[in-house]
Design a protein around this ligand. Structure first.
Ligand SMILES: [Zn+2]
Length: 224
């Protein structure tokens, strides 16, 4: 009766990993009980998730084709775009959030454009804008940029507002550490970097102050 903190199914967001094909349900070895699923299977899981009282899902995409610029990320017929439509159609009350990042779609597995072995921040922002817009057009309820490029929340906000999506919220990973704890997610989303690591754009886990600075930076820029 006097407990201050209670966790219940409505506090959770269920991650879904959408892949191409039909009838595909591939176990993810580092995340027991989770699967890479094709759109038809993802819809079944989404129904089940909603029946358990979980109010939202977050979609990660495993595309059929990966390239240098991750162009499948903003393909209107991409796996995530198709899954958004199918889920909103089948379970309209379920909140559909989308992971916005390039690493699932790039051949090199980095979260942005790579030139001469370096990840470029500003050109990547344009891709994140395109990806967010394409998710919003497909019917996403919220976008969640997970890459940690500087300035992406503002860039995405401007892009969404310019096409009439000012009510679509952005769930920002304002402070994200370059951490081994993301290992299973990289497995699940097949987004392991093919060279180097993410330290040039994600934070050192030893930096506590920097994390709060990053959060303030985003709030100031977007002026919430
Ligand atoms: Zn990423």
């Amino acid at each position: 009766m006097v407990r201050e903190t209670i966790l219940s199914p409505d506090d959770f967001i269920y991650p879904l990993f959408v892949t191409f094909g039909k009838g595909v349900k591939k176990p993810i070895s580092s995340m027991p009980g989770c699967y890479q699923e094709s759109v038809d299977e993802v819809v079944k899981t989404a129904r089940h998730v909603y029946s358990l009282g979980i109010p939202g899902v977050i979609l990660f995409g495993i595309p059929e084709h990966k390239d240098e610029t991750g162009s499948s990320a903003f393909d209107p017929d991409g796996v995530v775009q198709l899954a958004i439509k199918a889920i909103k159609n089948a379970v309209p009350e379920l909140l559909v959030i989308t992971d916005v990042c390039m690493c699932e779609y790039t051949s090199h597995g980095h979260c942005g454009i790579v030139k001469d072995g370096e990840v470029l921040n500003d050109p990547t922002l344009e891709l994140l804008q395109k990806e967010s817009l394409s998710h919003a057009h497909a019917g996403a309820d919220m976008v969640a940029p997970s890459d940690m490029m500087d300035g992406r929340v503002l860039a995405i906000r401007q892009a969404l507002d310019s096409e009439g999506f000012s009510n679509i919220p952005i769930m920002s990973y304002a402070a994200k550490y370059s951490s081994a704890f993301y290992g299973p997610f990289r497995d699940a989303a097949e987004s392991v970097p093919q060279f180097g690591d993410r330290r040039s754009y994600q934070m050192d886990p030893a930096n506590r102050r920097e994390a709060l600075k990053e959060v303030h930076l985003i709030l100031r820029r977007v002026q919430i």
